[in-house]
Design a protein around this ligand. Structure first.
Ligand code: HEC
Length: 106
């Protein structure tokens, strides 16, 4: 059983460190962008301008923090068609994808 202070310390370290991009190798980044286009694009639109799922464009995501979006990506939204991607993505990968979306990369 991990104690709460340890969890808090780890979360803080992750927040401060902010180095998830460095942990993702270039070939995996290409795979993630491919996933974004084809799998995410099947609901959010090929250019992420919306479809069954809402637009994932920088203007629409203003004010939504990267960790909030990454949580949505990892765990989905219960009661909506947004599925959890936890089985396929690590935390750094989800954070990196959320950053890409917010930066308008697709
Ligand atoms: C089966 C359809 C579907 C797929 C596939 C899908 N999404 Fe979604 N997504 C949705 C829906 C629907 C919502 C809106 C949920 C709601 O009503 O809050 C959503 C919401 C989101 C949000 C929150 C947007 C906001 O403005 O808060 C993000 C971020 C997101 N999706 C990212 C992704 C990513 C990244 C992928 C691929 C790894 C993906 N989605 C794949 C349907 C999908």
């Amino acid at each position: 059983m991990v104690k709460r202070p340890v969890l808090i310390a780890v979360s803080l370290a992750l927040l401060v460190q902010n180095s998830w991009a460095a942990e993702i190798a270039a070939p995996r980044r290409a795979e993630l962008l491919n996933l974004l286009k084809h799998d995410c694009g099947s609901c959010h639109g090929l250019s992420l301008k919306g479809g069954l799922g809402p637009a994932l464009t920088p203007d629409k995501l203003t004010g939504k923090p990267v960790d909030f979006l990454a949580t949505t990506i990892l765990y989905g939204r219960y009661g909506t068609p947004m599925p959890p991607w936890r089985p396929f993505l690590s935390d750094p990968e989800a954070l990196w994808l959320a950053e890409q979306i917010k930066a308008g990369v697709r």
